[in-house]
Unconditional design. Sequence first.
Length: 433
Amino acid sequence: MKRTFAAGVAGVAALLLAGTAMAGEAKIFETKSAINNLSTVMVDGGKARDLTVGLGSGAYRRPGDPANMFYAVSDRGPNFVCGDVETVLGVSEDAVCHGNKVRVYPTPDYSPSIYTIFLGDNGTFDIKDVITIKDQNGIPLTGLTNKLTVAKTEKPVDANGNALEQSVSSIDAEGIIRLTDGTYWIGEENGPSVLHVAADGIVINRIVPAGSEKDFDGAAYKVTGGLPAILVKRQTNRGIESMAVSPDETKLYFMVQNPLANPNADAYKAAKNTRLFVYDRVSEKLSGEYIYQLDDPQTFRNDPTDKQNAPRISEVLALGNDRLLVLERTDKTTKLHEVKLAGATNILASRWDDMSANPTLEQENDLSKLDLIAVPKTLRFDSADYPMAPNKLEGLAIMGDGALAMINDNDFGIKGDPTQVILIDGLVQADKY
């Protein structure tokens, strides 16, 4: 992998523009690194479950970095719903959840972290560095839920069903980029929020929905209410799962994973319209908000369904200025769509950000009735064409030779899945733009 970054971008653009009928080869990588081994969890009367680190919630390769290297970020740590208790721990759901609607955290002290990944020539990858995400005092943050009053949240318990204390400072890291100055920007799901993080992992600023700042009082880092207030209506566990940066580093791009529960969860379940944001790093303010329409759930070929809330956004990668690659997935199918912002309606600070709007943006899938234009989508990849591709792909990185690396979130191995990287190589003739 010795080509320049510029050649790499051109190469991956050519590869993607060819669509799903690619001639490129796909290669799978796994790791034998001891860093990947997290812990073994067992409860009385249950079975031992070996947990690994869930490296792949987001990925990014910075221009100028080694050609075979990228950064990856983990989310809040091992966690699962009550319905998975028997599968994961080997005891009855009631033995842990006691009839309550909670989320189980078997390793509640885990700290979301940034990992440096190197792909080898032998089908393995090495984990060379780990940076925990920390508060201003250098104390690693946990992934337990925040005690929110404005947005909905979940109550955490440990593997034995004991209630865990929520944390005002905790985060659920999901998307990542690294700038040339060494700092990181991270998409965060629970708040939802976006984080600016120093090179050593210390949080510089957490940007949250306006009006929710008091929910983070006492956090040992700066909190700013710079996101639209309406984002507190994100469905639980469907916040911000992505982060991208323009080539000149002046713009950040991130998306809400699914349409908002606006005005309620019934609207979220049926809605196709989710929100794509542009953040201007010079003015330190949002400069754009655009509509991205999720695909018909029946078109996800490995697991078609009638549930419109099954498709979700797990990653955004910038291929150019206001030209993005969006990772839209279900549990077993991943699609990559190229989108351009030009020509789409910028709804920032419009009535669609007003929580009193009626109908809401989430209640009307036919945007022509609202005189709105969504970002245009062009399918560039479908994992159904690659049977070896892992499920739940969530991270994207352009490697130095132009190949596209995709990494899965294995949920810390709670169901036995390994972390894998699929690398798609081989350049083809690009269509005219």
